[in-house]
Design a protein around this ligand. Structure first.
Ligand code: IPM
Ligand code: MG
Length: 367
């Protein structure tokens, strides 16, 4: 197959980990006879420095006509002055919105080799396999932001949180389709005891499941107790659907089940085939440019790209197996290694590529 992939390295460790994921995709193309064309564009702080804008028109144009977009990370201390009006993160939010990518899939499946890196007791982690579906283009992230000066110079700031029935319904449907393919269990997370948007969320989720997915078992959880249950009994959950900000927070928390933020990939999807794939870890400015960043989350994001945008399920599974095998053989980056010897970004990438050359145990693979 032929595919056009737009790569947006962004800031911090973004360029290092997207380079790693790009190498793995090239190895997949070579091994399985595909042609992937890569085109790099600017986003985030790097784009602000070069053009003054966090999402230049050329980047959005290229992304809109690509088959898939692979993104590293945006942001860093250089651009984080609270008084700044132009910020790297605006580029990320704008591209998610412009491409209509409202469903952000964040799988969390702890790997045996990384259990030691998790602060959670290993027996609680056996068998954990979560799919968090985070709403990505609505809520408080996108509502009106304001500041006003009150009496006596008492400045007030506000961020509006809004959700419509349609916005809630489409992401809940996406989560239901995933639940049907998995265990049939869906947990919807909200704060319905306090927020009106959450009460609407709960109503819509209940109705969508009742009317369209009767085979799905739906449970509602309040976000505060969900934060606790995620650590206390993570095995009891499967597909979790929630609004934008709750999903952002709960998935950083859930990454601790996997041992490191450096292991969690994500896929941002909408109605079309185009998707945006990015590790959830962010730009990690403290380790940027040192060659020590964990590339596995970016590589696993490339696997999601193969699966969801290119329809290459077998190749995606082979990349996931190759990462698992690299971890199994002790190829651990500094975030995972503990007292063991750590390897750098390049060695971890090479380990995955080496594994990809071996036979891959996936049914129906055209070798
Ligand atoms: C994420 C990140 C972003 C978000 C930031 C960088 C804007 O934390 O993808 O989880 O909050 O969505
Ligand atoms: Mg986040």
């Amino acid at each position: 197959m032929h595919a056009d992939i737009v790569v947006l390295p962004g800031d911090g460790i973004g360029p290092e980990v997207t380079a790693a994921a790009g190498e793995v995709l090239r190895a997949v193309a070579q091994r399985y006879g595909h042609r992937f064309r890569f085109e790099e564009h600017l986003i985030g702080g790097a784009a602000i420095d070069a053009t003054g804008e966090p999402l230049p028109a050329a980047t959005l144009r290229a992304a809109s006509s690509a088959d898939a977009v692979l993104l590293g990370a945006v942001g860093g201390p250089k651009w984080s002055d609270p008084k700044a009006t132009v910020r790297p993160e605006q580029g990320l939010l704008a591209i998610r919105k412009a491409l209509g990518l409202y469903a952000n899939l964040r799988p969390v499946k702890p790997h045996a080799a990384a259990l030691g890196a998790s602060p959670i007791k290993p027996h609680l982690l056996q068998g954990v396999d979560l799919m968090v579906v985070r709403e990505l283009t609505g809520g408080i992230y996108f509502g009106r932001k304001q500041r006003s000066a009150g009496p006596g110079g008492n400045v007030t700031a506000s961020d509006l949180c809004e959700y419509s029935v349609d916005e809630i319904g489409r992401v809940v449907r996406h989560a239901c389709r995933l639940a049907v393919q998995r265990s049939g269990r869906l947990t919807s997370v909200d704060k319905a005891n306090v927020l009106e948007t959450s009460r609407l969320w709960r109503e819509v989720a209940t109705q969508v499941v009742r009317d369209e997915f009767p085979e799905v078992t739906l449970e509602h959880q309040l976000v505060d107790s969900m934060a606790m249950h995620l650590l206390a009994k993570p095995r009891e959950y499967d597909v979790i659907v929630t609004e934008n900000m709750f999903g952002d927070i709960l998935t950083d928390e859930a990454s601790m089940l996997a041992g490191s933020l450096g292991l969690l990939p994500s896929a941002s999807l909408g109605e079309g085939r185009i998707g945006l794939y990015e590790p959830i870890h962010g730009s990690a400015p403290d380790i940027a440019g040192k060659g020590v960043a964990n590339p596995y989350a970016a590589i696993l994001s490339a696997a999601l790209l193969l699966r969801h945008s290119l329809g290459l399920e077998a190749e995606a599974a082979c990349v996931e197996q190759a990462v698992a095998a690299a971890l199994d053989t002790g190829r651990l980056t500094a975030d995972l290694a503990g007292r063991q010897a750590a390897i750098g970004t390049r060695a971890a990438t090479a380990a995955v590529i080496e594994q990809l050359q071996l036979p891959c145990q996936v049914p129906e693979l055209r070798d």
